[in-house]
Design a protein around this ligand. Structure first.
Ligand code: SF4
Length: 449
């Protein structure tokens, strides 16, 4: 299908001052007074369900009690003991489906204790005020560990290993360390270069060296690292977004949402980010929400998320869906992509969508279609693990990702793995941090046995 060109993609849709305002901190930090008042709402439950719901098992009632006692530094230490990326997790965790959903105040009155914001209050305080790192390194073990990937899993693993006295080299494919914290989250969730500040905080323990621009399968290999180091941890994440499988997908205006979010996060001038007047996002997860909301904040006139199932089928939480909607994004359910509409010049002009329905758990197109005008179509339909860098390594996979046991040990004797490249839980920052921590403890036990 082809039509007259309607393409309208450009930067600078807003007044310069609007960019700073639109991309400011979505949850401004609590003041000391606000934190004390909020901490007072906690019942300090025995067998606290919020703690069980946290993938890193942070002692939530303890850290809130320490805030109540006006001891934010002690509170932060309680958090960091379990989750060294507690500052980033306080910003990006879907608390509404984790600790805050489990909070007894949510069940009783629909208003949970603001655990995420209290966590941010404590961790920000310590990171702002600390003179020396809250954790010290143990005496050197003389063991060397290679960590591949400087994202949440890799950094969590590296920090815990360094704390136990091992020397760690982190190999990172990109120019900057941080992984998804640096490249993969909505800009308004982490402002003021927080990902790099957190990275420096982690490195300040000592014993960790980062080597950037070292890609697995290119400059480094699993077998090479396994031969050179006492242990290897792989935290290599996922590949790019899945393809729509439609003709014309390479057309100008059909955009990989993960790649766009990364570019937006690295942009020093947001007015340079090209955005369409009419934008359609295909997908139902956090990437879809993040790219749609940011498209609106960049000045797109009309942004529509099209998702093939109903509201409850979306991976994005109710809170995130509402966040997008309050920013003016329209979410349309039960629609799947059928064909890209191309203008005569070959660029995207719209997308044809087919209505869907579900019977006995099976989703099917109904045959009815609708067409949305679009200058840009963002693909946000999930990512897949790219196993090519592991070729020839002998590492076993499980349903397309690296197979590990409970200690995050792979099928190779001295290689562990964690984060999104393994199948240990939801693809969340906090789950990756836990993977890295669990793997580090297993590596430490193995190297010191
Ligand atoms: S469940 Fe809620 S009230 Fe109970 S300890 Fe956790 S945060 Fe406090």
């Amino acid at each position: 299908m082809s039509t007259q060109a309607t393409r309208d993609i450009k930067g600078g849709r807003l007044d310069p001052s609007d960019y700073a305002e639109n991309f400011s901190d979505i949850h401004p930090p609590l003041s000391r007074h606000e934190a004390l008042v909020e901490a007072d709402r906690c019942y300090f439950c025995y067998d606290a369900p919020c703690m069980t719901a946290c993938p890193t098992s942070i002692d939530v009632p303890l850290f809130i009690r320490q805030i109540s006692a006006d001891n934010p530094k002690g509170s932060a230490k309680t958090i960091f003991e379990q989750n060294i990326l507690g500052g980033m997790c306080a910003r990006v965790c879907p608390t509404e489906t984790l600790c805050e959903q489990a909070c007894v105040r949510e069940a009783a009155e629909g208003k949970p204790v603001k655990i995420g914001q209290l966590q941010r209050y404590a961790t920000d305080h310590l990171m702002r005020e600390f003179k020396e790192h809250p954790f010290q390194r143990a005496a050197s073990t003389g063991k060397r560990v290679a960590v591949v990937g400087a994202g949440p899993a890799g950094l969590s693993c590296a920090h815990r290993l360094a704390m136990h006295g091992h020397d760690v080299t982190v190999f990172e494919a990109r120019e900057k360390a941080g992984g998804l914290s640096e490249y993969g989250i909505a800009a308004y969730k982490s402002v003021d270069d927080f990902a790099q500040k957190e990275l420096q905080f982690i490195l300040d323990i000592g014993g960790i060296t980062i080597e950037n621009n070292k890609k697995l399968g290119a400059e480094i290999t699993v077998s090479g690292l396994a031969a050179d180091y006492d242990a290897v941890f792989l935290g290599i994440g996922l590949g790019n977004v899945n393809a729509l499988g439609l003709e014309g997908e390479e057309a100008d205006g059909c955009v990989d949402a993960v790649d766009y979010i990364a570019r937006l996060r690295q942009a020093t001038d947001l007015s340079t980010m090209p955005i369409g007047r009419h934008v359609v996002v295909i997908g139902g997860g956090m990437t879809a929400i993040d790219v749609a909301t940011q498209a609106k904040l960049l000045g797109a006139e009309e942004v529509t998320i099209a998702y093939r199932r109903g509201k409850d089928g979306m991976n994005a939480s109710d809170y995130e869906q509402e966040l997008a909607q309050t920013h003016g994004v329209t979410i349309r359910h039960w629609l799947q992509p059928k064909a890209l509409v191309l203008a005569d010049n070959g660029s995207i002009a719209g997308i044809e969508l087919e209505y869907t329905s579900q019977a006995n758990g099976t989703l099917a197109g109904t045959g009815e279609t609708t067409t949305l005008v679009a200058d840009q179509v963002f693909k946000a339909i999930g990512q897949q693990f790219d196993g090519h860098p592991l070729a020839g390594s002998g590492i076993d996979l499980d349903r397309g990702r690296i197979r590990t046991n409970d200690e995050r040990k792979t099928s190779l004797a001295n290689v562990w793995a964690g984060g999104d490249c393994v199948r240990s839980g939801e693809d969340l920052t906090v789950v990756s941090v836990e993977d890295g921590k669990v793997a580090a403890e297993s590596i430490h036990a193995t190297l010191t046995a």
